[in-house]
Design a protein around this ligand. Sequence first.
Ligand code: G3P
Ligand code: MG
Length: 260
Amino acid sequence: MSMKTAWPYKKIVAHRGAGTMAPENTLAGFRVGLQHGYHAFETDAMLTKDGVAILMHDPKFGRTIADTRSVPELTAAEIRQLDAGRWYSPFYAGEPPTGFEQAVRWCRANDVWLNIEIKPAPGFERETGEVVGKLTTELYADLIREGGAHADGIVPQAPLFSSFKPDALRGAKETAPNLPRGLLVDVMPDNWRELLDEIDCVALHCNHTRLTQARIDEVHAMGRWIFCYTVNDPKRVAELFRMGVDGLCTDRLDLVHPVQ
Ligand code: G3P
Ligand code: MG
């Protein structure tokens, strides 16, 4: 068996909204992604202390936000006061962390598709998946259809969830049963095939440096798509598509041009 249904999304997706071109996972970054012609973004969703979904990659501040605390220690209102832009450059100083709902509304208003990576802080895997799934279901209610979590029923404008944490995907499956899921892996776990089946995923999202032709063919034979992260060399992008990869994300919006 091979994939009967073509990948329904843009083939090239901007990683963390703007890749390395602007502060990641902020609206300022999303605007830069759009300026580069991208209409498909990957972004990371995490829960605050009061259970609000925000865009953030690292549970512990320090890399993109000058603070010693962590996302689950602060409320959304407290996090909103922090600066998510200064680390990148003085030009972006004062850029606030972005709320998940705020980001989705901006994306929908600007015809931008999302790959929502559910990125739980440790210990909040299931809860993060449930909350993000519920909120996403509400924000895309007009696009949600019965069967939309399966390859032949997908609504191309509706988002695709992904996560390295199976429990986060299980949570999203419970609250957003009609939105599709992708299993994110780095080193392939022994049970990746069983996880794809159990969580009913449409895609495997993998590190392109670990990918082989045999793995691509096997995933397609299982009736799943292959999405890769994070590919920053245009030659490698072309090579991966020749190998049959369905979609990928990139940081280099200046070198890798959006297609399709
Ligand atoms: O979803 C692809 C990629 O974003 C996974 O890695 O660490 O950048 O979230 P990371
Ligand atoms: Mg990510």
